[in-house]
Design a protein around this ligand. Sequence first.
Ligand code: ADP
Ligand code: MG
Length: 253
Amino acid sequence: MNANGATLVASNIHKAFGDHEVLKGVSLSVARGEVVTLIGASGSGKSTFLRCLNLLEMPQQGELAIGTHKFTFGKGMRAANDAKLALLRRSVGMVFQHFNLFPHMSVLSNITEGPVQVKGMAQSEANELGRDLLAKVGLADKADTYPSRLSGGQKQRVAIARALAMKPDVMLFDEPTSALDPELVGEVLSVIRGLAAEGMTMVLVTHEMAFAADVSTRVGFMNAGVMAEIGTPEETIRQPRSERLKAFLSRFH
Ligand code: ADP
Ligand code: MG
């Protein structure tokens, strides 16, 4: 944890693809146990920002501190070495819209792969951890099933269990329910709600406004590559200040 109590501090993050500046100095500080939801129109930079938080994208400018891992980006930056990147990524779990499970592996193997291959955990210990996590996401009976036999909601719950198996300090979710049939959304949201109740630190991108209002400690509105508004759910969702945010929210009524 940092001196200011934050477990994740992103400061002035800039990211461009060619001459397209997608993030124009985005800052976000997340305290341990907070759930921060990012909302905003398609193309506003939400996914790029999340990907910068685990360095799937390398920002061109700014600073990032997660737990004890610190990076300063910029022209003078020495290339971050692979070991340093790997350590940061280990402490940040990520769940995507499309579940990205390994199709040729059983559900249990999907979950144990990271702890065994990356952390060197004994397979027997990883299996025990994997079974505990499957129980936690309500899939205790699916350990030996292959992903192709699961519904979208079940696949996403496996993806969450897989990310949790690395015991991350922070979990990032990028539209975890957007690819799901409506009747499967609730089962995934309820797993995320359970993690929030346990005090997991999370940054989440979603269009599920009622859920965001309910589960988030803060909600940030991204617009054209900046954090245009951020506050409590009450402030951001119920009392939006800018016309842009009002217009964005009106689509969900
Ligand atoms: P959001 O998640 O809010 O919809 P994104 O972060 O996915 O927004 O995208 C923001 C902008 O960045 C879009 O214009 C998108 O086309 C662009 N972008 C994202 N990733 C890349 C990439 N790898 N290469 C080029 N442009 C990209
Ligand atoms: Mg996106």
